[in-house]
Design a protein around this ligand. Structure first.
Ligand code: NYM
Ligand code: MG
Length: 209
């Protein structure tokens, strides 16, 4: 049994990441592929509770402090994630390092500084970017009261995401029918699994972007 794949979903708020990542895990499990959903921020930990209070505008934190908390929230999950990958479980991750960088860089923070605390986390095998223009996303039911759910911010975040893309990314048009999106993501995932099974690469590759 080889290692599992690290599959990441990224995108602006309301792009359908949670829906599609949940469906992917379900479909993989149904097909006999061991898979688990991971979500960042993980609001259930002590660090996650601080992030949650900040996002819901219950507390204030400096841009730097909250950025480091988001990164710490990934680091505290890393040992379990690596163990899962090594034991053959594919991880489907709803937001990862790229959200960390894109949202903070959209606040005009230095890009290199934003990337630094995440260096050394496990690198993803595939990234699915659910692309939707923030104006279309806003039509899907108004943004909530969370701190980054504003048009100007989302537009800037989308630009930052595009600047972070490399060949491991697939841009998925998130404005389409959810079933159609799911089928496309399944096809891309199956291709990644087949390629990996034919030529397994070891885990241990680190995020260095
Ligand atoms: N967010 C998420 C960040 O600013 N940095 C990060 O590292 C991560 C993982 O948190 N607007 C932002 C993006 C979202 C917000 O995420 C909450 P979600 O997926 O809505 O719970
Ligand atoms: Mg949200």
């Amino acid at each position: 049994m080889g290692r599992g794949l690290l599959i990441v979903f990224e995108g602006c708020d309301r792009s359908g990441k949670t829906t599609q990542s949940t469906r992917l895990v379900q479909a993989l499990n149904d097909a006999g592929v061991r898979a688990r959903l991971v979500k960042f921020p993980d609001r259930t930990t002590a660090i996650g509770a601080m992030i949650d209070a900040y996002l819901r505008q219950k507390t204030q934190l400096s841009d730097q402090a909250v950025h480091l908390l988001f990164s710490a929230n990934r680091w505290e999950a890393m040992a379990q994630m690596r163990a899962d990958l090594e034991s053959g479980t594919t991880l489907v991750v709803d937001r990862y390092t790229f959200s960390g960088v894109a949202f903070s860089a959209a606040k005009r923070m230095d890009l290199k500084w934003c990337k630094a605390p995440d260096v050394g986390l496990a690198a993803p095998d595939r990234v699915f970017f659910l692309d939707i223009h923030p104006d279309d996303a806003a039509k899907r039911a108004g943004y909530g009261d969370e701190i980054y759910e504003k048009r100007e911010m989302q537009i800037e975040v989308r630009v930052k995401f595009f600047s972070l893309m490399d060949k491991s990314w697939s841009i998925v048009d998130a404005l389409r029918d959810p079933d159609e999106i799911h089928r496309q993501i399944m096809a891309l995932t199956n291709r990644a699994l087949e390629r990996h099974n034919a030529d397994p690469t070891p885990i241990g590759k680190l995020w260095t972007q």
